[in-house]
Design a binder for this molecule. Structure first.
Ligand code: ATP
Ligand code: BUA
Length: 358
């Protein structure tokens, strides 16, 4: 390997996508978003059943670009769900893998995804890195209370894209990240809204299962009494309820699809059910932004909307209309997760940053 320009396979696992890139040093040679249909995702009883399909798709894509899956110097993956961690570069190790396999910190497709990457590194004798793990140690203590000591309030969120976006917004304001107060709403297949206070995320909704707004495929927070009754109704298994919350909730549950382009076309054709469901989702995102403005005591330099749904003008306009009294609203469609993963891994491989231990 050239330690200055290592060949890296970088992978990000979303609820409905696998994002992949091949980097030579800081140059991205190829990049792709592999989309998985809702029907395909729903056909898996657990996220672990996605392992083989995602591996096949990643390997096929790598081969289609003229590379072999075994020829990378380093494999870089977004992390699965972890205990609260300092942002930084980590080598994925057995302890992390155990937490992913036992789903100690929740169920998410990045748990098997990260194991997949780890298995590749192990098979080919190469390091496997992750950057800025999904759970942040910087939450305010009072923000970790849920309302019952048996149920802590975790905060798995889109750390990579939240931080990258907050940095873009700070730059636009002529400030450093450490000087700015930014609210970032990442609206993708999962939705997380973070309060970035002078370079630290001090409160954010947990993107996984039942916190914050509903999303294209997740329920977000639900009234808990009816949820308890549903769990004990005898109609659903534990796994089915988890799937209902995390894979088939939100727009998918209301409208039978999570595809924004298809839903927009239904709205254009006067589908009122679709219009109201989308307005409800946007309203919940706006309310979450309002909550984060309290976290920042009203001192909000900017609100930044990002993620795949930020491509959807209707949704961005609806949210903006609710929150524009708080601060300026900036929009950054898509995400910068692969770039952030590659840049972090490279800082370590070039000796500019030390590894953190999980
Ligand atoms: N131009 C568009 N118009 C409407 N909806 C869109 C558009 N582009 C993407 N979307 C919607 O955005 C959502 C996907 O967002 P994204 O690509 O961020 O998902 P992901 O990677 O699976 O999830 P996450 O961002 O939570 O990791 C889907 O519901 C998709 O239909
Ligand atoms: C890992 C948390 C990001 C998401 O909500 O999917």
């Amino acid at each position: 390997m050239s330690s200055m320009n290592p060949l890296m396979l970088v992978i990000m696992y979303g609820g409905t996508t696998t994002k992949v890139a091949i980097y030579s040093g800081d140059k991205d040679l190829y990049k792709e978003t592999i989309r998985h249909s809702l029907d395909e995702m729903k056909s898996f009883k657990t996220v672990w059943e996605q392992y083989d399909v995602r591996k096949r798709d990643i390997t096929g894509w790598v081969n289609s670009k003229g590379f072999r899956i075994d020829e990378f110097d380093t494999y870089v993956s977004c992390s699965g769900l972890v205990k609260p961690c300092e942002p930084g570069v980590y080598e994925i190790d057995e302890k992390m893998i155990e937490d992913f396999k036992t789903e100690k910190y929740g169920i998410h497709t990045s748990n098997p995804g990260c194991c997949l990457c780890y298995d590749l590194g192990k098979e080919f004798g190469k390091p496997v890195l992750t950057v800025d793990p999904t759970t942040d140690v910087n939450m305010m203590k009072i923000a970790t209370y849920s309302g019952h000591p048996l149920i802590p309030r975790p905060n798995s969120y889109h750390v990579l894209n939240q931080k990258a976006t907050a940095k873009f917004a700070s730059e636009k304001l002529g400030k450093t990240y450490e000087q700015a107060n930014i609210i970032v709403a990442h609206i993708g297949s999962g939705i997380t809204v973070g309060a970035h206070h002078q370079g630290k995320v001090i409160d954010v909704n947990n993107g996984i299962e039942s916190d914050g707004p509903f999303s294209p495929v997740r329920t977000g927070a639900l009234p808990v009494g009816p949820l308890v009754d549903l769990c004990y109704s005898g109609k659903y298994t534990r796994q089915e309820v988890h799937n209902m919350l995390g894979v088939e909730g939100g727009l998918a549950a209301y409208l039978g699809t999570s595809d924004g382009i298809e839903i927009e076309s239904r709205i254009q054709n006067r589908d009122e059910e679709a219009r109201i469901a989308v307005e409800a989702m946007a309203y919940q995102v706006a309310k979450e932004i309002g909550a984060r403005s309290v976290t920042l005591r009203g001192e909000v330099d900017a609100i930044a909307i990002t993620g795949g749904l930020a491509n959807w003008k209707r949704v961005v306009d609806l949210i903006t209309d609710w929150v524009k009294h708080i601060s300026p609203v900036y929009v950054y469609p898509g995400e910068n997760e692969l770039e952030s993963l590659a840049a972090g891994a490279l800082r370590y491989l070039r000796g500019e940053e030390e590894l953190k231990k999980y």
